[in-house]
Design a protein around this ligand. Structure first.
Ligand SMILES: NC(=O)c1ccc[n+]([C@@H]2O[C@H](COP(=O)([O-])OP(=O)(O)OC[C@H]3O[C@@H](n4cnc5c(N)ncnc54)[C@H](O)[C@@H]3O)[C@@H](O)[C@H]2O)c1
Length: 382
């Protein structure tokens, strides 16, 4: 990657290139944070603030190269613009990445330094936990900035996000059921759940309460054991690589991304997919392959938006009932996306993206109405 600034003398032609700006051209702002004292090396990518300040988690990973870290920050922050738009949150898209090993490199001082960088953005970026970071890390960052979301309840936050996330998945499954079978009754329907962690386990509990039968898998034997015991004969444990081929109605991926790909699609016998995992499709074209195969795919970033609904809502002061009623809207959002995909003969992912882009465009038009040079006279006070 090269970044060569042009000379200030307009008579001398720059021979440099702007590869970096080409790379970040979709984004409003990218901030590099470097604090030698604490060892903090981080990138904050702000993709779009049309709907409000950027909101997205901060992940910590021992990235192999600077380019890998930048790529992750750019990709994930753009995803957050769509996720916040889909959830109808008054927030734009952003993401932070800290370059380091979460097992070895974390210190309270490092997160305080990160908090100072966030604060320097003066409210343009709000963040909280993601892969490799935990709530306690952001308790340290919170000492330096108010722009932290998703705090523990004892610090005035909304607490565990997996509760609304799991509910959003249940509502999405009901919307898929309604589209497939004309009703939401899940009794006797069979679900294949991959991953029984914070979200997957709660989804399994909801489905059991609704009379469903489950196939479950996890890399943790204890997680499987706990669920199978709880289910009393309604859940069957399968090996990790067998979950794709089981004879279920709906696949519920709640573990890792990229699991819908050329190899797994060939094995799938399900009629629908709705789960918590981020970035389930290995490539966007897998949405088309699923459509051609007649599998109804509920786009992950709407299905799993219960968590970000809670985090965004927390900034108005935590309120569980408000979060739960907003999480219920996921049902209608998924239903509409599935219907639009059918009527317009586009993939469900394309339909979801269109809904988000429409929301962004509407707000962009309103923003220009209120831009300084078009402000109504009664607003101008000099
Ligand atoms: N927690 C939230 O509120 C939230 C919100 C949005 C999206 N998500 C996404 O949902 C997914 C699950 O989140 P979580 O909070 O439950 O995470 P978690 O770490 O608590 O649970 C993940 C589970 O998946 C299992 N697992 C990992 N690899 C597996 C594999 N190859 N096969 C089977 N099981 C495997 C793990 O053992 C673990 O039990 C993640 O992709 C996460 O990014 C979570």
């Amino acid at each position: 990657m090269t970044l060569t600034l042009p000379t200030e003398n307009p008579n001398i032609q720059s021979t440099g290139s702007f590869d970096m700006f080409t790379k970040i051209q979709d984004h409003e702002q990218v901030v590099f944070c470097n604090d030698p004292e604490t060892g903090l090396k981080a990138i904050i990518a702000i993709h779009d603030t049309t709907l409000g300040p950027a909101l997205g988690g901060t992940r910590m990973r021992p990235y192999h190269t600077f380019e890998d870290a930048l790529e992750d920050a750019l990709r994930l922050s753009k995803g957050m613009t769509y996720k916040n738009a889909a959830a109808d949150n008054d927030f734009g898209g952003g993401k932070g990445v800290i370059i380091g090993d979460p097992m070895k490199d974390k210190t309270p001082e490092l997160f305080r330094a990160y908090g100072q960088f966030i604060d320097s953005l003066k409210g343009r970026f709000y963040t909280g936990t993601d892969m490799g970071t935990v709530l306690d890390d952001f308790v340290h960052a919170h000492k330096e900035t108010n722009c932290i979301a998703g705090l523990p309840e004892e610090y005035g936050g909304g607490g565990e996000t997996s509760i609304p996330t799991a509910l959003g998945i249940l509502y999405s499954i009901q919307a898929v059921a309604n589209t497939l079978w004309g009703h939401e009754n899940l009794t006797g329907k069979r679900f294949a759940i991959q991953g029984l962690g914070k979200v997957g386990y709660k989804v399994a509990e909801h489905l059991l309460e609704h009379g469903a039968d489950l196939y479950v898998t996890d890399v943790s034997e204890e997680a499987i054991q706990a669920l199978v015991e709880k289910a009393g004969g309604k859940a069957k444990a399968v090996k990790n690589d067998e979950i794709y081929g089981v004879d279920a109605d709906v696949f519920v991926p709640c573990a890792i991304g990229g699991i819908i790909n050329d190899q797994t699609i060939d094995q799938l016998k399900v009629k629908g997919i709705a789960g918590a995992a981020n970035n389930q499709l290995l490539h966007e074209n897998h949405a088309k392959i699923l459509k051609d195969k007649g599998i109804l795919y509920a786009p992950d970033y709407i299905v799993n938006s219960g968590g970000v609904i809670q985090v965004a809502d927390e900034l108005y002061g935590p309120n569980k009932s408000r979060v739960l009623s907003k999480t219920k809207t996921i049902y209608r959002s998924i239903l509409e996306v599935l219907k639009q995909s059918e009527t317009e003969n586009i993939t469900t992912l394309e339909a979801a993206n269109l809904v988000c882009e429409k929301r962004l465009n509407v707000r962009k038009q309103r923003a220009s109405f209120f831009s300084p040079n078009k402000r109504p006279k009664w607003e101008v006070r000099y």
